[in-house]
Design a protein around this ligand. Structure first.
Ligand SMILES: C[S@@+](CC[C@H](N)C(=O)[O-])C[C@H]1O[C@@H](n2cnc3c(N)ncnc32)[C@H](O)[C@@H]1O
Length: 315
């Protein structure tokens, strides 16, 4: 399969995600602005290019409908034919730019990205904001970079951080989540990739290929996900494994309960859908402060206004 070149386009649903992130960061930075004793750090662990072009229609159906391993990660999909006339160019600030433009800035910004093309865009962003924002660009895998950050003098006494974990799939293993939670100084906004990866890796029959099973064990930190996805059903044909009709809700609630146990507080989840209502992923906040929870719950459960969703915050 030929790989699609890494592009800078996003589906229109990215706006819902970025709007919630923007509100969450604004809330966090406003709340902490009069607490100068901590160095405030923003980490975008899957940073992307910083500025994206919004597609007017879904680029391909495979990215949103379960069909197999090859399309686990939308990023690896081949290009779909694009009618240039039907496309209208509209740009959206990516998560790094949203964080950089906050009225109450962080002391330090760390952007982690493994794609060379997107790293080049982030370097340009660093140049654009030179003198006004302290930006560090870290090439490579988010998990190694996060663990390195925690080992480089990050401490509850001196630091507070907000970390955005926005992968395409199940690239954030539970051991990374545990390490972040253990600091008691970090709040996270997590993309829980139910439709983008998890659902596709759990076939109805329960015949999860061994490699996927290992990846899911690593992601959830335990093989217990099977108990939340599958049941044994006995009928005339005998006993067989079947997927719970509500496996998505069960897995989500179980993951949330694990986040709560690790961090102390976990928000309700905001479902992000594609233009046809298909479930893509959930945004979940977790952190050590009840005040953070109040803000996150308010933001992630806001009702849409009008037909085009809730009004975005002014950027
Ligand atoms: C969903 S996009 C991020 C979009 C960005 N957060 C935004 O909202 O503007 C995921 C990004 O993670 C990068 N990526 C994928 N796997 C990674 C890894 N293991 N470590 C760091 N970056 C990774 C991809 O190249 C891609 O740019």
């Amino acid at each position: 399969m030929s790989k699609r070149p890494k592009d800078k386009t996003v589906g229109p649903w990215a706006e819902q995600k970025l709007d919630s992130l923007h509100r969450g960061l604004h809330y966090w930075t406003t709340y902490l602005k009069n607490m100068p004793y901590w160095q405030k750090v923003y980490v975008d662990a899957f940073a992307g290019p910083g500025l994206s072009e919004v597609r007017r229609r879904p680029k391909d159906t495979k990215a949103v409908e379960p069909s197999g391993l090859l399309d686990l990660f939308a990023d690896e999909l081949p290009p779909a034919a694009v009618d240039p006339i039907a496309e209208e160019v509209r740009y959206l600030k990516g998560s790094p730019r949203i964080a950089l433009d906050l009225p109450n800035p962080f002391h330090r910004y760390i952007f982690i990205e493994k794609d060379p093309g997107r790293l080049a865009d982030l370097k340009a962003l660093q140049t654009e904001y030179a003198g006004s924002r302290d930006i560090e660009i870290v090439p490579g895998d988010a998990n190694s970079a996060l663990l390195a950050l925690l080992g480089s003098g990050f401490s509850k006494k001196t630091h507070r951080a907000y970390i955005f974990l926005d992968p395409f799939g199940i690239q954030v293993p539970w051991k990374t989540i545990e390490a972040l939670a253990a600091t008691k100084a970090i709040e996270v906004m997590i993309n829980f990739p139910m439709g983008m990866a998890i659902r596709r890796m759990m076939p109805r029959t329960g015949d999860v290929p061994p490699g996927w099973g290992i990846s899911l064990d690593t992601f959830f930190g335990t093989p217990d996900w099977r108990d939340h996805a599958y049941e044994e059903v006995t009928d005339l044909g005998g006993t067989r494994t079947a997927k719970f009709a509500d496996s998505e809700v069960r897995l989500l609630e179980w993951y949330r309960s694990r986040l709560q146990a690790a961090f102390g507080f976990v928000s309700r989840a905001q479902l992000i859908t594609n233009t046809r209502g298909g479930h893509l992923y959930y945004l979940i906040w977790a952190g050590p402060r009840v005040e953070g929870l109040k803000g996150a719950d308010y933001i992630l459960t806001m009702k849409p206004t009008g037909t085009s969703g809730r009004k975005p915050m002014l950027l």
